[in-house]
Design a protein around this ligand. Structure first.
Ligand SMILES: *Cc1c(COP(=O)(O)O)cnc(C)c1O
Length: 399
């Protein structure tokens, strides 16, 4: 075939989670029946709220009646779910308008598709380390990428570099993989910077529901000035266990030309999120929200188990408080540590280097397993870590 998109050649060889699956598979083939615990992949495990499932059943029944049947819906989502989202934002004092909310089938798609609105010549600024989809979507689009460093020195909360060459700035808070979340004050620095440099912030709040109280920002729109320079991407995937259900949204202020452009784009390339799923989303944000909070609490208590052990062992880490991720320093090549942890403790982690070059020497653990399995993993971790510290200098190259 002629004239394929050459940018695909610039994508990293193997998707991070494919490589992890390959290594785990090889291990299981070598040691059949080994009791492997995964604190690796970032997928939820708690089942859906019964209230959300009831909403699903009721919506399915609607579809069986003449009056309740729904065909193509609005490109930007039904008013009932948009108003539930608007009300949800009121919880943290953010006023948005229903016309600013565009319902879609998830944040990853939203993030990737949004690039349709920009000139191919744009430069994007992406934190390192971060959720790999930002980089990959921009590689496919052939955009120029500059990185902003999140490191131990700045507590993995990257702040603006002096000179701005970027047209688009990605911010992920709470951050996947480091679990760090920006305060309103820190975000204000980013917003002022974007305004000064006429840049757009794409703010990914996929883990908003994990934020502890008001100690971090729940939305970029808590920040004065953000309405003039930001859009916000969110999703029910991690909030309400919707990774297999698929529902998210993008909030784009009315005053931005992107608002009308996105509606146009969606009307051309998207025919809306399913009616049934939107009814489920409505329930997750309204009647089912208490159940949703309970599932989030399970993950947060898993994170606490890990944090407590890490505190006791003196392991350097971030995260766990505002996110289902704990990000810790292993001091050696991330993939070497991955193999050693799998071999010695039968625990699967995610190598930090898969999220950017600053991630090397760091490891992401997720709090998404069950409480029982997390507890078992924590139990295994203590003797493992003591032994690892003993042999680290002998067996591995310290970074
Ligand atoms: C999981 C995740 C998403 C993807 O969400 P979907 O709605 O399931 O597509 C987006 N952003 C971050 C940072 C994530 O970790």
């Amino acid at each position: 075939m002629k004239k394929l998109n050459k940018n695909f050649k610039n994508l990293a060889d193997d998707y991070l989670f494919a490589e992890i699956a390959k290594r785990v598979e090889a291990y299981k083939n070598e040691f059949p029946g080994a009791d492997v615990i995964s604190l690796g992949v970032g997928d939820v495990t708690q089942p859906l709220s019964l209230k959300v499932v009831d909403a699903c059943k009721a919506a399915a029944m609607d579809m069986s009646t003449k009056t309740g049947f729904h065909g193509y819906g609005p490109y930007d989502g039904y008013p009932f779910v948009k108003s539930a989202i608007v009300d949800y934002y009121k919880r943290f004092g953010v006023d948005i308008n229903a016309d600013e909310v565009f319902v879609n089938d998830g944040a990853k798609n939203g993030i990737g598709n949004f690039l349709d609105l920009f000139d191919p010549e744009v430069t994007v600024m992406i934190p390192d380390p971060v959720y790999p989809a930002y980089v990959d979507a921009n590689v496919i689009a052939g955009h120029k990428i500059v990185y902003v460093n999140a490191t131990k020195e700045n507590g993995f909360a990257a702040m603006p570099p002096k000179r701005c060459t970027a047209d688009i700035i990605y911010i992920c808070s709470p951050n996947n993989p480091t679990g760090t979340a920006y305060t309103v004050e820190q975000l204000k620095v980013w917003v002022d910077y974007a305004l000064e440099n006429d840049a757009l912030i794409i703010y990914d709040a996929a883990y908003e529901a994990f934020i502890d109280g008001r100690s971090a920002a729940h939305s970029i729109f808590e920040v004065t000035g953000a309405r003039d320079c930001a859009v916000e991407v969110c999703s029910l995937s991690k909030t309400a266990g919707f990774t297999g259900v698929r529902c998210g949204w993008i909030t784009i202020p009315m005053a931005s030309p992107l608002n009308r452009m996105w509606l146009k784009r969606q009307s051309i390339k998207f025919n809306g999120t399913s009616y049934i799923v939107q009814r489920m989303a409505e329930s997750a944000l309204r009647g089912g929200y208490d159940d949703v909070k309970k599932s989030v609490a399970v993950y947060k208590s898993n994170a606490k188990l890990i944090m407590k052990k890490f505190d006791a062992l003196g392991i350097e880490y971030t995260g766990g408080v505002h996110a289902p991720y704990i990000w810790f320093n292993c001091g050696i090549d991330s993939w070497e540590f991955f193999d050693y942890l799998l071999k010695k403790a039968r625990i699967v982690c995610t190598p930090g280097s898969g999220f950017g070059k600053n991630g090397n020497g760091w490891i992401r653990l997720t709090a998404f397993n069950t409480p029982e399995r997390t507890e078992e993993a924590v139990k295994r971790f203590e003797p493992f870590w003591k032994e690892f510290i003993d042999v680290r200098d002998k067996l591995f190259t310290n970074l």
